[in-house]
Design a protein around this ligand. Structure first.
Ligand SMILES: Nc1ncnc2c1ncn2[C@@H]1O[C@H](COP(=O)(O)OP(=O)(O)OP(=O)(O)O)[C@@H](O)[C@H]1O
Length: 252
């Protein structure tokens, strides 16, 4: 592990990543780099492999081949303690993944207190700061079921932030929301970008990707067909498959 880590290295580096479920090859040979403070959006049709890629990075799925480096650490090193490594990553899924039996404050302080051994007072103080920043200051003692979908996703983002991760992975975090709630969650992502967080997100929100992403990756059948700045991919896609995908989703 480690070694060769210089300030010029991207924060997250994925090389020749391959993942199959049984005989179905889902990620073929993924190369992707995310620099510190960048927002990278993964776009692509249903089943193209976006979620699988994020799950591999968070070590929820075991890769078949290739490497993932975060900072100086190879996450794919079989000797690595996955639970330790995962603490450096914050992930939020499409479906609200708050613990239903805990109020918002306890959801957010759970990992800092139990995993990072942060004293309760300190964990709660930090959680309240996060809640205030995400517009949820008055929701600390509410249970998830009392929150709207947008509020639940914002609380889930607060929970992901509570352990101060090096990188945030967002897996279609607005896909399950009513359309009128999408904006409030994307505004939070924009705020995190402005604060310099590093974010890799799978999204179907093309307008957001175009406006907020530093890099956009178009996935198709487990391959990155095209990668470039948002401006380049959206205004001048190099590949016919990107062009077809964009014209299909943008005309909806
Ligand atoms: N646990 C699993 N076992 C078997 N096949 C799986 C599993 N998870 C995903 N797949 C398959 O892998 C392929 C890629 O799925 P994935 O969820 O990564 O796509 P996606 O791009 O995120 O799609 P969507 O935009 O619909 O969420 C799909 O064909 C899916 O059916």
């Amino acid at each position: 592990m480690g070694g060769g880590w210089t300030v010029n290295e991207p924060l997250l580096r994925i090389s020749a990543l391959r993942k199959a479920y049984g005989s179905r090859l889902v990620l073929r040979s993924i190369d992707l780099e995310v620099a510190e403070h960048q927002v990278v959006c993964l776009i692509g049709g249903s089943g193209s492999g976006k979620s699988t890629l994020l799950r591999c990075i968070d070590l929820l799925d075991v890769v078949d081949d290739g490497t993932i480096h975060l900072g100086g650490t190879e996450l794919t090193d079989p000797r690595l303690d996955a639970n330790l490594a995962r603490r450096r990553i914050g992930i939020v899924f499409q479906a609200y993944n708050l613990f239903p039996h805990l109020n918002v404050l306890d959801n957010i302080t759970l990992a800092p207190r139990q995993v990072h051994k942060v004293p309760r007072r300190q964990a709660e103080e930090s959680a309240r700061e996060l809640l205030a920043r995400l517009g949820l200051a008055d929701k600390a003692h509410d249970y998830p079921e009392r929150l709207s979908g947008g509020q639940q996703q914002r609380a889930a983002i607060a929970r992901a932030l509570a352990t101060d991760p090096q990188v945030l992975l967002f897996d279609e975090i607005t896909s399950a929301l009513d359309p009128e709630l999408v904006g409030e969650v994307l505004d939070v992502v924009t705020d995190l970008k402005e604060r310099g967080l590093t974010i890799l997100m799978a999204t179907h929100e093309m307008g957001f990707a175009r406006q907020a992403a530093d890099q956009v990756c178009f996935l198709q059948d487990g391959v990155i067909r095209e990668q470039g700045t948002a401006e380049q991919v959206f205004t001048d896609p190099r590949h016919e498959s990107t062009r077809r995908f964009l014209s299909r989703v943008l005309e909806r």
